[in-house]
Every structure is written in structure tokens, then in C-alpha cells.
Ligand binder design. Sequence first.
Ligand SMILES: Nc1ncnc2c1ncn2[C@@H]1O[C@H](COP(=O)(O)OP(=O)(O)O)[C@@H](O)[C@H]1O
Ligand SMILES: [Mg+2]
Length: 234
Amino acid sequence: MCCVTTARRPASISSPTTTWDIILPFIAKARRPPVSSLPNFPNQAIADAKLLHTSAITLAISDSACDSVFAAIELARRHDTLVSFDTNLRLKLWPLSRARAIIHEVARSVDLCLPSLDEARLLTGLHEAEAIVDFYLNLGVKEVVLKLGSEGAMYANAHQRWQVKGHRVDTVDATGAGDCFSGAFLTQYLSGCSPERALDYANAAAALTTKGYGAVKPIPSRQEVEHFIKTITR
Ligand SMILES: Nc1ncnc2c1ncn2[C@@H]1O[C@H](COP(=O)(O)OP(=O)(O)O)[C@@H](O)[C@H]1O
Ligand SMILES: [Mg+2]
């Protein structure tokens, strides 16, 4: 993300270690134009989209990426674009205290939040799935989809909640299972499926993705997911 500043060092100051050297970056930052006014910000795409999906990894990688996420969410809200959020916690990118503060703040303004159990335990300090789901609903999230690893997943809104069991498959690598789950749930949800059906579909798709190595190659096709669901419900 590019940064434009109008702040100038006064000509009379030439030492490389003056107070100005310390203060100027802060002034520059404060004078940055809003992220959404930058030429490469996808204002129209966000306004026209059905859904804006974002991940806490984007919040963690840099200040400008984090600012962009907040700006994108604000824009989405103005245009009635749904917002979903995967709390993907990567502690190599930021400390837990900062991750907590920012992830909770983002969660306050999203429609759907899709945390996974292990990371949500760290983020909330809570242990039980039910309590974690309540935590996010209390923050203001309208729908929570909690991923439970090999144990499946849980869906909750203000009125109802239910859990699906994980599928017993020949798992070799769960890398990317959460992202596959989120993508599968959201595409079903957007195509008009009930949350119940979207949860079943995502739980099946994510289980299948654990049968291969890597995050992208083992993602199953729609046909493979539907075939799997038919086979296990026969
Ligand atoms: N060993 C497994 N067997 C079957 N399904 C799994 C397994 N691991 C993950 N899944 C599926 O993938 C989803 C996401 O996995 P999870 O590990 O909870 O998320 P994340 O990758 O975001 O930490 C789970 O909700 C479940 O549907
Ligand atoms: Mg994840």
C-alpha cells in the first residue's frame, strides 16, 4: 500500500538524529490520506460484492494491510455488503495481546465470524465451544461458525445453534482445512443454502481436503463433495 505525505523536514535541520527524525514519521502517518482514497483501493468491487471475506492474517502482516481491512469493512458496511472474518491466528506474525485487541475489534463489525477452536481458546481465554460461540455473539457477530478440527464444526446465531460431527477420513495433512471450510461454507451460504446445509457441505469439503498434502491441491471439486455426502448419508 503506498503512502503519501506532505510533511517536510525544516531546511534548517540537518542532523540525522534530531527530534524531527523521531517525530516526522508520526506526523507523516497522521497526515496519510484515508486508505480508501488511494488509487488502487477496490472501492467499487467492495460496493458491488455480495460478501467481503477477510482473515486475521491480513490484519497481522503490516500496519497498512491492517488499515486496509478496517477501511474495506467500513466501506462494505456502507454498501450493505456482507462481511465475513476468519480469525486465523498466526503468532509468528504478532503478539497475542495485539492479536486479541485487533481481532476482537474486527469481530465487532462483521456479520459472520469463522474462528477455529484452538485459536479461539487463545484469543478468548475460554475453553468450551459453547462459551466461545457466546463470546463472539456477545461481541455483535450475527452468525458464528466454530471449526472444531477432527470433531467437526458448530454453527450459532442469536436463536439457534447446532453441531456436526467430523468425518472419519484418512487424514494425512490438515493444512488449509480451515480455509477450505470457510470458502466452502460461504459459497454455499451465498448461493442461498440454509446455514445447516452450508455447514454440512463445508464439513465434508474440509474433511476431504485433509486427505492430501498441502493447502490448495487437495481441495475437492463440488462433484467430489456432493458424492461424498451422498455416500455417507446412504
Ligand atoms: N482430521 C480431520 N478429520 C476430518 N475433518 C477435519 C479434520 N481436521 C479438520 N477437519 C475439518 O476442517 C475444518 C477446519 O479445521 P480446523 O483445524 O478446525 O480449522 P483451522 O485449519 O482453521 O485451524 C473442521 O471444522 C473440520 O470440518
Ligand atoms: Mg484457520
